[in-house]
Design a protein around this ligand. Sequence first.
Ligand code: PEP
Length: 253
Amino acid sequence: VSRSFIVAANWKMNKGPIESVEFLSEFFSLFTKWPKCEIVIFPPAIDLVSVARMIEEKPLRWGAQNCHFEDNGAFTGENSPKVIAELGADYTLVGHSERRKIFGEIDEMLAKKIVAVQRHNMIPMLCVGEELSERESGKTNLVITEQLKKGLSQANLETKIVLAYEPVWAIGTGKVATPEQAEDAHAVLRKMLIEIGGESLSERTPILYGGSVKPENAAELSKKPNIDGFLVGGAALAPASYAGIIKNSQLAF
Ligand code: PEP
């Protein structure tokens, strides 16, 4: 399989421009040899200019945690995908569960955001995941495949898309999905990708796992054939633990 292994950091609403730059210089110093996986940082939007400058020379990718679906206009408080792309972002996260739950983002809106991200030649990283009650009532596969289908309903399927499976009950709770639970969900998503865009889309689309990933559980999870990387929240706030996740994942490469 030619899918790259991706370890992404979602800093959420943490760190300012100065802390971001401090994080990165410490993080870079932790590697004598640059890892073979792809590393992606999602800082708060207000830090993107500083991060972009700092990353210019490094083989590291970055992106925004969210964007609007229009390029400009009367959308107080929002960030334009056009501007995020102009700053040099490679990625934008779409549909993180906190955006869905706290900010009321619905699948129809997320489908438009995917289009906007692609319009500016960035890679959308679409997040899907079930709530605990949905898992307990046996609805996991239905929920995540619906989120996937609706999210990609207007997308260009010829260019790169990345998915993140993030069970809501595992995000920020310290409760990690077992490697088997994650692998099962990833396999379901991979199958749905065939339905959506054929074998090629399914084969080449990386599916990351997110939800309480730490250096201690990264190795086991990364061995699963359908787990192509991680989206990390809490454990990506400190350079050492983020680097630990990357190094432990590499054991499985
Ligand atoms: C996330 O917010 O995408 C996430 C996975 O958070 P955490 O690693 O803290 O569970």
